[in-house]
Design a protein around this ligand. Structure first.
Ligand SMILES: [Zn+2]
Length: 139
């Protein structure tokens, strides 16, 4: 696996532009939802089982994150908090490359073994987060 920098190729999808637009659009929709004090969606999984799902607490974590209460955001859902941090870093990077025309970061030569390791890591993180949510009793 290799992280490289290169200019955007002709006909290549501009991932930085697309995902920045998706990210900011989603954040704006969430901000409007919270500002309008619309009702929060109920977790069907939690209602049926009494056990939090993988994303329980993500909305409260987002609300705390937007208010700059990062510790509280982490406690509501550590993986959601980590995801929000990653999205914020990506948005900063995407804005910088779009404004300056700088080279884009791309992964290349990802071997099947590396893909397996990355997928396994994601599953472990999801499982660890779920165990935390079940044992932390925040829901
Ligand atoms: Zn849930």
């Amino acid at each position: 696996m290799q992280l490289t920098r290169r200019p955007l190729a002709p006909e290549e999808i501009d991932h930085e532009l697309v995902w920045l637009f998706v990210s900011l659009g989603t954040a704006a929709a969430l901000a409007i939802w919270l500002w309008a004090r619309l009702p929060m969606p109920r977790c069907i999984f939690h209602s049926l089982t009494g056990v939090p799902c993988l994303t329980c607490g993500a909305t409260r974590a987002a609300r705390q994150f937007f208010h700059g209460h990062f510790g509280a955001s982490f406690l509501f859902n550590p993986l959601a908090f980590t995801t929000y941090c990653g999205i914020a870093l990506f948005d900063i990077y995407a804005t910088a490359v779009l404004l300056t025309g700088a080279s884009r970061l791309r992964l290349r030569d990802v071997s099947p073994r590396e893909k397996l390791v990355l997928r396994s890591l994601v599953l472990v993180l999801l499982a660890a987060n779920w165990v935390y949510l079940i044992t932390a009793h925040i829901v």
